[in-house]
Design a protein around this ligand. Structure first.
Ligand SMILES: NC(=O)c1ccc[n+]([C@@H]2O[C@H](COP(=O)([O-])OP(=O)(O)OC[C@H]3O[C@@H](n4cnc5c(N)ncnc54)[C@H](O)[C@@H]3O)[C@@H](O)[C@H]2O)c1
Length: 275
């Protein structure tokens, strides 16, 4: 069965950046869309563009950090379409700064959206996807920061490592049900994530002190890819049921160095007691 034609795709954070590109790529393959986003103006604009292009689309204003909001979103999508086949837990925000200097609010904000947002999506949509027994695919958006710890990105890394972990576990659990799981781990992608992440920070996690110093842009390794290119890889990953979606060649030596550091732990000399 074609994984996209007439299938229902839910994309959180579907109003901007990578999520918007995923939605366009799925629509180009004949999918029907449900876009869930907290930015209602951006959501309206994205939905209007899809309708103009002749795509069937449902707008679902949703705050993924709020469990009840995601539960309501799932009810709306199942009421409207009767099914969900592609679930992209993609909404996310970026925070940066030295761990020790970061305010507690950065932990709360980052985990609420990047970690709990994914959990809420899984809890709200998966049981009914399983119940219908029509198979499908889950794509969770993590980051290269979910595969290797990066200086200045400790909080963000914590949120994204969690997404990689749950995705790997879920992939094993859902395989017998014909539901694939891929985890998207990009390096830098050209989106408005920095500005959006500051603008969308809710009052409840407003900082009571100035933001911590940010790494300069050139401290980030790697080139910049377009969201469209990332979306093309995700489409391919769904077709082939790939566990990981990596986006940049520069990821390879970084991951090799991490593997080498782990491999070195098997050197018995390292653990030999002093005579
Ligand atoms: N841009 C990059 O370089 C990059 C790299 C690695 C991973 N990522 C990840 O990709 C995902 C998408 O980011 P992007 O770069 O497209 O950013 P973006 O800001 O362009 O898009 C994110 C979307 O998520 C929405 N959103 C934010 N908080 C939300 C919430 N609480 N509830 C619902 N929607 C919410 C925003 O309104 C926005 O439409 C994120 O999970 C991000 O961490 C991005």
């Amino acid at each position: 069965m074609d994984p996209f034609q007439d299938r229902v795709a839910v994309v959180t954070g579907g109003a901007s950046g990578i999520g918007a590109a995923l939605a366009r790529a799925f629509a180009a393959r004949g999918a029907r869309l449900a876009l869930a986003d907290v930015d209602e103006a951006a959501l309206e604009a994205a939905v209007a563009a899809h309708r103009d292009a002749g795509t069937e689309v449902l707008a679902v204003p949703t705050d993924v950090s709020d469990r009840a909001s995601v539960a309501r979103a799932a009810d709306r999508v199942f009421d409207h379409y009767g099914a969900v086949h592609l679930l992209c837990n993609n909404a996310g925000i970026f925070t940066a700064g030295e761990v020790v200097k970061s305010p507690h609010q950065d932990w709360e904000y980052t985990m609420a959206v990047n970690f709990w947002g994914v959990v809420h999506g899984l809890q709200a949509f998966l049981p009914r996807m399983l119940e219908r027994g029509e198979g499908g695919h889950v794509v969770n958006t993590a980051s290269m920061a979910g595969l290797v710890g990066m200086q200045w990105l400790g909080i963000y890394c914590a949120s994204k490592f969690a997404v990689v972990g749950v995705s790997e576990a879920l992939r094993r659990e859902l395989a017998p049900h014909g539901i694939g799981v891929s985890v998207l781990c990009p390096m830098i992608v050209a989106t408005n994530i920095n500005a959006n992440s500051e603008r969308l920070r809710p009052g409840a996690v407003a900082r009571d002190e100035p933001p911590p110093p940010r790494p300069s842009a050139d401290a980030m390794q790697g080139g910049v890819k377009s969201a469209e290119e990332v979306a093309r890889r995700v489409v391919r990953a769904i077709e082939r049921d790939e566990p990981y979606v990596l986006t940049h060649d520069e990821q390879r030596p970084i991951l090799q160095r991490r593997s080498a550091r782990l491999e070195a732990c098997f050197d018995p000399e390292r653990w030999a007691l002093d005579p």
